[in-house]
Ligand binder design. Sequence first.
Ligand code: P6P
Length: 345
Amino acid sequence: MFSPRLFKRDIVTLPEFILDRQKDFPYAKGDLTTLLNDIGVAAKIVSREVRKAGLVNILGEMGTENVQGERQKKLDVFADQQFIAALRQGGVACGVASEEQDEFIAFEDQLYVGRPYVVAIDPLDGSSNIDVNVSIGTIFSIYRITDSNRTARLEDFLQPGRELVAAGYVIYGSSTMLVFTTGRGVNGFTLDPSIGEFCLSHDNIRIPETGPYYSINEGNLRDCGQGIQDFIGWCKGEDGGTALSGRYIGSLVADFHRNLIKGGIYLYPATTKAPLGKLRLLYECNPLAFIVEQAGGMASDGHRPIMDYQPRELHQRVPLFIGSPRLVQKAMDCILAEADPTLKL
Ligand code: P6P
């Protein structure tokens, strides 16, 4: 929990909070503090552009495609540039892997040799929603490089989620929030535009054991395994139980954030068209898995924890079941029962 005794006023800004927490890390030299603050500054700049996107010519498509084959929106590219610039300028990270970049970027300058961290980032997730004014988000993972005195290498990014030093997301919604963990709980900060600071608004977030929401693109349901179809039937109360409410925004950060606060499950399973699901392990699933586990929730591929994966490539996709532990476990039980009907509950 945050130690408010140090502050004489209600507002606790992100830099104050991070600095206060730095004492929790005996060997912290302030690098992680600087890195998290750098991400916070870039998030404020992106938020400013997202907020006025409808007013200036920053909406619409670039006419280019990213490595995912997704048509890049101008705000996608702007956000990518802002976060990469902030990380390069901050001088604490020695490299970055981005959804918008085919390969990882190693900051090539003597200044960056031996800098302790690398960042994997989805600069603007859910960007297909930009033009229709629906909440979008940024998701980031922070790893320590695997040894020292060198620049970033691919192996620094291909570490299991269990090796994460920190992870977080920014949601550009009715307000702009930054939610992150450094492995000691989850805290949320809301941007106060009147002072230009992220202020502590959600201290020590805990996800409810269960919850009222399930989030899935039901248009894919026929292409999912029977176990998933059984689970969604259970969510709808088809077995006589209490029905949950379907809520699917089509923006992972927005669906995840609602379920984190209110309780629920988001699932993007494997389908016949997407046998590994759609979401990327490094900069979508792992960071949110770190956050949800720190908040008391679960994140699985339907069989095992997301954070146990040994990544093979930067843009690797995995099926994702994430949220309240009892709902994720129920989904896993339905999948298991498909494989072994004697387990049918
Ligand atoms: P679908 C956005 O492109 C995204 O990566 C997530 O933010 C979102 O939850 C999902 O894809 C939506 O995918 O196939 O349902 O449109």
